[in-house]
Design a protein around this ligand. Sequence first.
Ligand code: GLV
Length: 439
Amino acid sequence: MDPTNKAKGPSPHYSLYQREIFRQGGTEGKLPHFSVHPDELVESTKKKLSDRAYFYANSNAGLGWTDRANREAFYSWRIIPRMLVDTNVRDLSVELFGHRIPAPILFAPIGINKLYSPEGELIPAKIAGELGLPYCLSTAASSSIEDVAAANDSGASSIASDGGNYCQVRAGSNAQSPRFFQLYMGHDDDVTMSLLERAWKSGFDVCMLTVDTWQLGWRPTDINLANYVFYYPPGTTGNELGASDPVFMRKYGDELKNDSGKWIDSSVWHGKAHTWEKMPWLIKQWKRISGGRPFVIKGIQSAEDALKAYEIGCEGIVVTNHAGRQVDGAVGSLEVLPEIVDAVGDKMKIIFDSGIRTGSDVFKALALGAHAVQVGRLYVWGMAHEGEAGCRHVMKSLLADLDITMTVAGYPSITRDVNRKALRRNESGVYPRGEHAKL
Ligand code: GLV
């Protein structure tokens, strides 16, 4: 029997990636070049990057307790495996903002990717396009909006002749793959409008406003290195998105020549909070520009804020604590997910973010009511190892892990079967570190 000859389902048989790896090892002696065990992956990233890049990717607020709480929250939930279930064809696909995506996983917005690989954001954008998963571009990116759109499309078109990736982009989109734009909003509305116009023109069709990071949190490992790339001469890495913006350059281009921090200080992390009062204006502008496409708030950690986001007209929220990078000693993001789902889960899309490392993590977040999850550090660690190949390997591994988890745990369909009944809470769980077989 040919184990690759499987009935076609609504999503690819991601699980076959495991077999491909085993076959390459067994028949050609080719082993993966780095470990995808998340604890080992972050460790080996240290050897691949400069201190600045490594700590920027991995720094956390304060003592790192929120980062730990994020992981502990996953450990507190256990999956209940079910037996003798027909899992021969799994359905990992979900609908998200009019796109049908083959698996409920997004590439989270992460800034300054050139710290991790010379091609920066073009790498994850391309891999997201290949996989048909939404790519969310950060305002703090080190590439222009237009170049990232082209990379994302090139990834999508490269697999079209190969049977495709099972992604169906919403009708009427000018993009070949779903892409969203994460906005850090400065206090010059002309610049904000210009960014949104550019994003929309380039096929980014969901606006995701981050509200937990008007300035970066207190992160001792970055403090120790004075780790803020924007202030270091020649001051180009990190300014690409601003330096490619016609409105920003017309108004502030001269100042940027003398002050490499001008873009970041005025348009990204300026330290001056916006409030709920500004939101209706921003939503109205995005709707005008995009013809009514969704507006999402990223950074929600309470049911009260989730309800407010709903009441002002958001179509979605991202339940995240910025991966533990902002408030130390805060609640774990997965800890608050159930109450947020109870408050708004039937009214708007909930994207979960913060601490996803494995297929079982994805499964748990979905079982608790998220409609999709975002992963960030994982793909950065992958690209830090081997650029495009590393990013692809890590993401295909995560997809295979999720698909195999569903197969062996007896849950064939994300939308039909993966719900709270699939989990049991373990109140006393304390997440252990480093307890696994190592090479
Ligand atoms: C930016 O989003 C950061 O967390 O550094």
